[in-house]
Design a protein around this ligand. Sequence first.
Ligand code: AHR
Length: 490
Amino acid sequence: MTKVKINSSRVDGKISKYIYGQFAEHLGRCIYEGLYVGDDSDIPNTNGMRNDVVSALKELEIPVLRWPGGCFADDYHWRDGIGDKSKRPYMVNTNWGGVVENNHFGTHEFFELCEQLNTEPYICGNVGSGTVQEMRDWVEYMTFDGDSPLANERRKNGREKPWKLKFFGVGNENWGCGGNMRAQYYADEYRRYATFIRNYGEEPIYKIAGGPNADDDNWTEVLMKNIKHATDGISLHCYTFESDWNNKGKAAVFDKDGWDSVMADTQRMDKTINIHELIMDRYDPENKLDLIVDEWGNWYDVEPGTNPGFLYQQNTIRDAVSGMLILHIFHKHNRRVQMANIAQMVNVLQAMVLTDGEKMILTPTYHLFRMMKGHMDGEKVDIDYTSDMYESKDRKFPKISISASKKNDEMTISLCNTSTEDDEDITFEISDDEYSIAVGEMLTSNNMTDCNTFENPNCVAPSNLDVNINGNTVSVKLPKMSIAVITLKK
Ligand code: AHR
């Protein structure tokens, strides 16, 4: 039995909606097939974007979408992706399977997708193999409203008004695929590139520096020393594995040991954020700079028989539960963590939707994101509870994890049960606010490896959670291996 005290007047900052962001890279079948099929495809589409996928993703109210990479970003030359499609040059996608990229999905198509999804664009520029001029020109092309050769070229290509672009990343993983740079070298490069990212629009561009790989504290230290005056955020990439980078495990073939390992590895996110937060706090005690976790998610071996460079993997209830643990970690760090982008939106890593030809399925992680919408831009409410810690071997993770926020007279409470054996009775005592209506939704499955397939698309599907509300007391029974969201209304 878990007892939770919620004092709804004790609020602790906002949970930025941007932590529910997504990421779409030119990788495998994420962009082509997954999102973009071209306007002459038999798959129903609007201006080339698949109607089924767009309509499913719209339900998530995605606040921000990062594009075009990932590693692809530092190999991408934006001029190849504008103008007449039949004349766009091809390139080899050397990072991801060596396939030929025809550049049919470029800047205009990306903004079209964002408009269809009603999401804000976050573009990652090319530092690794691109020039300063290329980056500055791209920003002018996209955002200048006046009479300039670049703005007029945009008009000639079909877009009269500039687009609204707030978020711009200055390179990706520049310690690795983005140029194998040392921290000091990148910091100098950052200063040069960022100087030429001009503000043409009404809103200044929010610049995101390429940050550390997981626990690399030196990278953060060097950036904070050298560029804190010139950036708005520093990115962080931190993935979850079954064991580690060399033993990622299988997405839908595992046992209790594999379940526990993934749950335990999610706790690395908390540790990793702490490492970088401490450094940022030293250099930026006023908390002006943000930590942007612009790549995170569960990363397993690719599905057997698929291209190893396409990073296509299945998705089970394990991913929904571990995903909620990580989202709760972002809530906990809401002071610094202002954006996060799960990798990736379609057909790659911990995806929301998977496609096969004209078919599409929703993953358990899709349901997690849909269920968590109530937290976006909510005021985090301080809660008191203790959860047993599951400890075995060197693993440690909470059995129950809970987070609450309030917005517009409603309270959203998200909770998950990481146990593979025991259901849990949970009672909430709420003070300082009165609610009369409680609605609950949950996602669970009989077997830990259950996943949605093209043959059985609703194997892991949401259902009602019975919630008892009696005055200030709310109680539920949370099944093992489940996530749930309770919405309280006045
Ligand atoms: O998300 C897949 C890849 O993981 C990205 O391209 C890269 O930035 C990271 O290493």
